[in-house]
Design a protein around this ligand. Structure first.
Ligand code: SAM
Length: 339
């Protein structure tokens, strides 16, 4: 096990397979146009597999495919089939907006994908148009149904924004219950790309718990489980569970074992990190697994990142980057780092 300077293990890896997305969520990709990663810099499936193999040999047991929108990457079941049997990888999951999931759910399941998380910020199609500039709500619902039919354990991710969708918490809990899924409410984060972020729009964990308890009665924390997981889980009096990812008001940097590999092979140790480590260069230069493992090990051992906790301490909290800064380096974007 490789430990960083704050005693945190290198445990889970989010692999962004593309920086492209087919939604324009106002909290992530609000601009009209973007600077994309150059095509020739995007890692092939073989290159991704090679790097994930090195990470797995160093103790990474949890791998999550993300993006951008991962299902925009052609033939994702092929990559899934390459990663699923890998020694050391115990948990292979994917986060998707669901638009293209209906057709892909069964092939992905067959290829060995273990779990799926679908982002679902609203149950109202008109609201999705305003929030994400898309009229394809029906496709997301079809994707969720297909994921269940394919046998995936399913989570739903909802970014809660004051005045936008904070009136849908109970509806989303009931929707999740009806679909045998668990919803996780995510606090609005001031990450790269969230240029419209303001502290007033953050609907906090405390407020979420208040709203939910008014409807259902006393809520109990679920204590057992994975302590490095970002979501705190809660149980309603009737037994249903839900999660809250309180990265903005109650960050959990101290237990964070996550790092992120962008589609062009840049490795980030924190969502808020200023820069990442280029793994594509040594990979394409012909470095062996031992050299890659040494680079990854040395980088992780020096990790001190506590990005979300440091943001919490800021007096006048504002978006991490303005548009010009994001255009200057698209690696700063949440949709490039992989959510
Ligand atoms: N396209 C996929 C999807 O929509 O799930 C995967 C990538 S997306 C960047 C991953 C997750 O990041 C989503 O659940 C999204 O809601 C979350 N996210 C993006 N921007 C965020 C922000 N400013 N605050 C909180 N969560 C955010």
């Amino acid at each position: 096990m490789i430990i960083d300077r704050l005693q945190r293990p290198l445990g889970s890896l989010r692999v962004s397979v593309t920086d492209r997305c087919n939604l324009r969520c106002q909290y992530c990709m609000p601009e009209r146009d973007y600077v994309w990663l150059p095509k020739q810099s995007i890692l092939t499936f073989e290159e991704i597999t090679r790097l994930v193999g090195v990470f797995a040999s160093l103790g990474v047991a949890k791998v999550r495919l993300t993006g951008g929108e991962p299902l925009l990457r052609h033939d994702l079941p092929r990559l899934t089939a390459m990663l699923a049997p890998m020694e050391g990888v115990r948990d292979l999951a994917m986060t998707t907006n669901g638009l293209l999931l209906a057709k892909q759910a069964a092939p992905l399941r067959q290829a060995g994908l273990g779990r799926v998380t679908v982002s679902l910020d609203t149950l109202r199609p008109k609201r999705m148009q305003d929030l994400a500039r898309s009229d394809r709500h029906v496709d997301v619902l079809a994707g969720i149904a297909a994921a269940r039919a394919a046998g995936f354990p399913l989570k739903l991710n909802t970014v809660v924004i004051r005045g936008v969708n904070d009136d849908e918490l109970v509806d989303l809990i009931e929707f999740a219950r009806a679909h045998d899924a668990e919803v996780r409410f995510i606090e609005y984060m001031d990450v790269g790309g969230a240029t419209g972020w303001s502290a007033e729009q953050v609907f906090s964990q405390r407020e979420i718990l208040e709203v939910v308890s008014v409807r259902y009665g006393p809520i109990a924390p679920v204590t057992a489980g994975d302590l490095s997981a970002p979501a705190e889980r809660f149980r309603l009096p009737d037994g249903a569970t839900f999660g809250i990812v309180a990265s903005t008001t109650a960050p959990f940097c101290r237990s964070c074992d996550r790092s992120r590999l962008t589609a062009d092979g840049t490795w980030f140790l924190c969502l808020y990190a200023e820069r990442g480590t280029d793994l594509r260069e040594p990979l394409r230069r012909g470095a062996g697994d031992a050299e890659l493992a040494d680079l990854i090990t040395a980088t992780w051992r020096g990790r001190t990142d506590r990005g979300a906790e440091e943001r919490l301490g800021l007096a006048n909290r504002a978006p991490l980057f303005q548009v010009e800064g994001l255009r200057a380096d698209p690696h700063r974007e949440m949709h490039t780092r992989g959510g």
